[in-house]
Design a protein around this ligand. Structure first.
Ligand SMILES: [Cu+2]
Length: 114
């Protein structure tokens, strides 16, 4: 086999090796969407597990206003969210963060930070 043919047949293997590295570097924890939808008076998913440092976004898909308020004051409360309003909090410490909607206190959810 001549040298050029040898290099040519190595290229696909190199491309495969390079791909996972590219995918990993383009997706940091901060950019990964951690979204909780508020729909039909429920937080979905009701429990979300995220890594330390994650930003979590809530978006209200109901016609009713809702809020996102930490049960223990562990993160800043949202204002009342109208339809399609969103709110985000960043979780810098591991722990279990229970939150609820102050307008409808039966609406509860949990963010678990690991
Ligand atoms: Cu509500």
């Amino acid at each position: 086999m001549n040298r050029l043919a040898y290099v040519a047949c190595l290229l696909p293997a190199l491309a495969v090796l390079a791909m996972p590295a590219v995918a990993a570097s383009s997706r940091s924890p901060a950019e990964k969407p951690n979204r909780i939808e508020i729909r039909n008076f429920m937080f979905t998913p009701k429990t979300l597990v995220v890594p330390v440092g994650a930003r979590v976004e809530w978006i209200n898909r109901d016609e009713e206003p809702h809020t996102v308020v930490s049960a223990n004051g562990q993160f800043a409360p949202s204002k009342a969210l109208d339809s399609n309003d969103s709110y985000a909090a960043t979780f810098g410490k591991p722990g279990t963060y229970v939150y609820y909607c102050t307008v409808h206190p039966f609406m509860t959810g949990t963010v678990i930070v690991k």
